[in-house]
Ligand binder design. Structure first.
Ligand code: 5GP
Ligand code: SF4
Ligand code: MG
Length: 458
């Protein structure tokens, strides 16, 4: 998912619309914008940002602060009731919330809250924060911090009130969240910095792990939500660099395209291939493919073309839709690959749908050999932090080793970048521990509650 928010600008809804449009790659199932104009007003729906909003709808959302969300459903599944932002109306005031990430103890908390009388509108884990905040008393910032102490997992939250905008990031730093500023002085928040460039904001800094930032009366204030037993760490999702984020975004000071290009270079150093051309799978692998080509001296070519009008195939909710999507989406360029030994770079293998299909496409187009190189380590364990690979059975690298998987996708050879290689590419330090690598290593950054048991049931 992606979140965007702005406080103190008369064009809040329009800028949020542009911001969400720039974050569209993070989720294409649903979107919503909530604005503050005396009261909180909302419009949301299922589909792409441009399908849900038009000029009239944006006009109707005039106000001077807004939060917005694009959804890629993981926890709680799809359906209109789970579309964010959520709007809570209580006697003490109104509150809007949106969230990127996944809470690992949501079910435990939900049960406790329901036992004490809370009624949930949705199956989304995001609603839990709203109910927790309602149960605490005192200054709003204290209620937010107390509530966040109970929540475990991955989150970037934006909370809009009549009296301010709050932005919070989980204490592990799993999900990204950055702060920017408009020329007018208004503060903006976004999952990715690419949205700042679109709305004309200047990047200020990232929200820190465990930090809660409040904007009110043009002023930014910050505190940390943890209690004396909770610590912050620095474990942003490695997949943000590999797959999720747009290449023009910077995460924690590292440009995504550049990190991917270094992955390609290291992938070549670790697993060279004798070949005539290097090709990437559009769009998320092109940076890594140029890195591999540059390091190997093998020419980089456009061997695959993508139909721009098909969305992200992985983000489709069912396997049938995903396979259909891959078929409609990619075509081989015959004159580039015919008679050639091809190195095909992709960013990741999850279920194996994409790689298997592309190897056969390339061979049908006349490639004599196809060597597959993957710019992430093998994904062997489910992610509980907001990426939809939630069961081990779905993960092909959990069931097959590299040789078996190479045979399954019918590649002439297959190799993945190593975990150390990935760390070196992103952090320039092969031994660093400042990334989440849980889905590769199985060493989870957080405690696991019912979610792990549920996903690993046999
Ligand atoms: P597969 O086809 O093996 O199931 O998934 C891998 C392909 O899906 C890659 O081409 C990758 O670019 C794309 N992809 C789309 N969404 C995701 C995601 O959320 N995580 C990962 N790792 N890959 C994704
Ligand atoms: Fe990202 Fe993998 Fe960690 Fe999930 S488990 S947050 S996909 S690195
Ligand atoms: Mg892809």
């Amino acid at each position: 998912c992606g979140v965007f928010g702005i406080y103190g600008d008369p064009n809040a809804a329009r800028l949020t619309y542009y911001g969400l449009h720039a974050l569209q790659h993070r989720g294409q199932e649903a979107a919503g914008i909530l604005v503050k104009r005396n009261h909180l007003h909302i419009h949301k729906g299922e589909g792409l940002v441009t399908e849900i909003f038009d000029a009239d709808k944006i006009e109707a959302l005039s106000g001077d602060a807004a939060i917005g969300h694009v959804r890629y459903s993981t926890a709680g599944g799809g359906g209109i009731l789970n579309v964010q932002p959520f709007l809570f109306k209580t006697l003490s005031g109104e509150m809007g919330i949106c969230h990127n990430g996944n809470l690992v103890n949501a079910n435990v908390l939900k049960k406790e809250l329901e036992d004490r009388g809370s009624i949930f509108n949705s199956s989304s884990d995001t609603e839990v924060l709203g109910h927790l905040i309602k149960r605490h008393h005192g200054r709003f910032i204290d209620r937010v911090c107390k509530s966040l102490q109970h929540i475990d997992g991955a989150f970037a939250f934006l909370i809009l009130l009549d009296s301010g905008l709050y932005a919070a990031r989980d204490r592990y730093g799993l999900r990204p969240l950055s702060i920017g500023q408009m020329p007018s002085g208004a503060y903006v928040f976004s999952s990715e910095t690419c949205a700042f460039d679109i709305v004309g904001a200047k990047y200020i800094r990232d929200v820190k792990p465990g930090e809660v930032v409040r904007v009110r009366n043009g002023e930014l204030k910050s505190c940390f939500y943890m209690n004396e037993y909770q610590e912050a760490s620095d474990n942003i999702c490695a997949m943000e660099y590999i797959y999720f984020s747009r290449p023009d975004s910077d995460i924690e000071g590292v440009n995504v395209h550049s990190a991917r290009k270094r992955c390609g270079k290291i992938l070549f150093e670790e697993s060279p291939a004798d070949a005539d051309v290097v090709i990437g799978v559009p769009d998320s692998s092109l940076s890594a493919a140029t890195g591999y080509a540059e390091a190997s001296g093998i020419p980089y070519e456009m061997g695959l073309v993508k139909n721009k009008y098909v969305g992200r195939t992985f983000i489709q909710p069912t396997q049938e839709l995903r396979e259909m999507g891959v078929r409609m989406k990619l075509s081989a360029v015959r004159s580039i690959v015919a008679g050639k030994r091809v190195v095909m770079i992709d960013d990741s293998i999850v279920r194996g749908t994409t790689s298997r299909r592309i190897v056969s496409l390339l061979k049908e187009a006349g490639a004599t050999e196809v060597h597959v190189r993957i710019a992430s380590p093998a994904i062997k364990y489910p992610c509980f932090y907001g990426v939809d690979t939630s069961t081990v059975e779905e993960l092909i690298s959990h069931r097959m080793n590299v040789e078996e998987l190479g045979d399954y996708i019918k590649a002439d050879s297959l190799a993945f970048i190593s975990e150390k290689g990935l760390k070196k590419a992103v952090r320039d330090n092969a031994e660093c521990d400042s990334l989440c690598m849980s889905c590769f290593s199985g060493n989870y950054v957080t405690k696991l509650y019912d979610s792990y048991k549920a996903a690993n049931k046999d």
